[in-house]
Design a protein around this ligand. Structure first.
Ligand SMILES: O=C(O)c1ccccc1NCC(=O)[C@H](O)[C@H](O)COP(=O)(O)O
Length: 198
């Protein structure tokens, strides 16, 4: 079954919708973005999530100490690092015992685990932009437990899965009506489509 992460949640209703619709992971953006929430808000939302659903704190470019403090304050169970973080940034966060997700574009090293991460996210050059890209270009290049992201929607996710054969998928803009405004019907539609496709 294709693993599904719904990212950029900020409202309890949307967290509950994603959990009930069968999401495997839920992302809270704690970096510069229209979807940014404070670690304290992420902690309130994470408290609504059952153990079988992974809670992920999303960061871009912050140093490991800043990431560590926000991750601990929010109580998330995974850290997603965007940007060209050196291997040492992942090593520096290992002792937290949280799962680590390396988020990159298609030009990076696409072997999951190459930086000691647990999951790899292969995204558009501008994360959270909703821009689709040539998903088929990474078919067979990305390896291990890797998620495809970038411009996915309920309408195109089946095509994207067929094109790239990812281990999982990740969506933010495609389940929104405006940047940062999630739509419960689109969250449900995305999950239903992925479950049918994979
Ligand atoms: O979503 C953001 O605004 C964001 C900002 C900075 C770093 C990462 C961000 N999102 C990370 C995600 O996991 C998104 O779901 C992923 O980039 C896909 O986004 P979209 O193309 O909007 O579906």
């Amino acid at each position: 079954m294709v693993y599904v992460k719904i990212c950029g949640l900020s409202e309890p209703e949307h967290v509950t919708t994603a959990v009930e619709a069968g999401a495997d992971a839920i992302g809270f953006v704690m970096t510069r973005s229209p979807r940014r929430i404070a670690p304290e808000r992420a902690a309130e939302l994470a408290a609504l999530v059952p153990d079988h659903v992974l809670t992920v704190g999303v960061f871009r470019g912050e140093d490991p100490d800043t990431v560590r403090a926000a991750a601990l304050a929010s109580g998330v169970r995974a850290i997603q690092l965007h940007g060209r973080h050196p291997h040492g940034d992942f090593t520096a966060l290992k002792d937290l015992g949280l799962r680590l997700i390396r988020a990159v574009d298609a030009e990076a090293d696409l072997r999951c685990g190459a930086y000691d991460e647990d999951l790899l996210l292969v995204d558009a050059p501008h994360a959270g932009s909703g821009q689709a890209w040539d998903w088929a270009a990474v078919r067979g290049r990305a390896s291990g437990q890797w998620l495809l992201a970038g411009g996915l929607t309920p309408a195109n996710v089946a095509e994207a899965i067929a094109a790239a054969a990812p281990w999982g998928v990740d969506v933010s803009s495609g389940v929104e009506t405006a940047p940062g405004v999630k739509d419960p019907a689109l969250i449900r539609a995305f999950l239903e489509t992925v479950r049918r496709a994979g």
